[in-house]
Ligand binder design. Sequence first.
Ligand code: SAM
Length: 264
Amino acid sequence: MRFDVLTIFPEFFEAPLRTSIIGRAMQAGKVECRTHNIRDWTAGDKHHCTDDAPYGGGGGMVMLAEPLLRAIRAVRGEAAEASGAPRPPVIYLSPQGEILSQRIVCELAELPAVILLCGTYEGIDERVVDLEVDREISIGDYVLTSGEPAALVLINAVARRIEGVLGNPASAPNDSFEEGLLDFPHYTRPETVEGMAVPPVLLSGHHANIVRWRREQALERTARRRPDLLARVTLTRADRRFLAERGFPAPGPGPAPSPGEPPC
Ligand SMILES: C[S@@+](CC[C@H](N)C(=O)[O-])C[C@H]1O[C@@H](n2cnc3c(N)ncnc32)[C@H](O)[C@@H]1O
């Protein structure tokens, strides 16, 4: 999968994209990530200016439409040719966008290419959104100084869904949100840490009991921490019995997934 990032801070991406799982995926060619400096599209401006004061007054600066439009169109053409996607979508990272979720992550991971647009200052001239942005995505209900950290979050979450990126793909299906539940707790050596022992079932070698214990832990954690998630999960009779025994109210059937919703 190819990510093209439009930014005025290309250096922001250097270390994160060279490091750990994403760095290895980049080296192995599973993921390609190109950063493009928006200043390269400031045409004749010798100061390579990318922002100006807002019409209507008020504080802060607004990113200029014209360099952004030139950058988006040039990069979209390049990405389309390289990836075979006729029109790779432009995603503007914005606190006003739909909130990034595992469902959106899975959806994006199916695409051959996406273009990520990082704003800064007060944001970008709205005409860029109207003319060239396909989707606005937020990483949460808070405001960052710029879109670069959000773009990195999105790249990281999407890249780990791409085949061959995770060293051990067996670990992913239990991750939080994959099956709708939070993950169960994990332990490794030594068996006792500051007087706290590993739950005995994990040392029992009894596979079926371990599977059941993990499921119950995931159910209990989700019921305690994110009851909103539990309402959307398909529960077995044993799950419901377990939750009732623990005193959690039986979750309703929850809203059915919308028809186009891809399974994770
Ligand atoms: C200071 S913010 C602009 C906030 C904007 N004036 C507003 O209140 O909606 C500058 C840039 O940071 C990025 N940004 C800030 N918060 C974000 C979030 N929660 N998710 C994604 N991007 C965010 C966007 O690219 C935005 O253009």
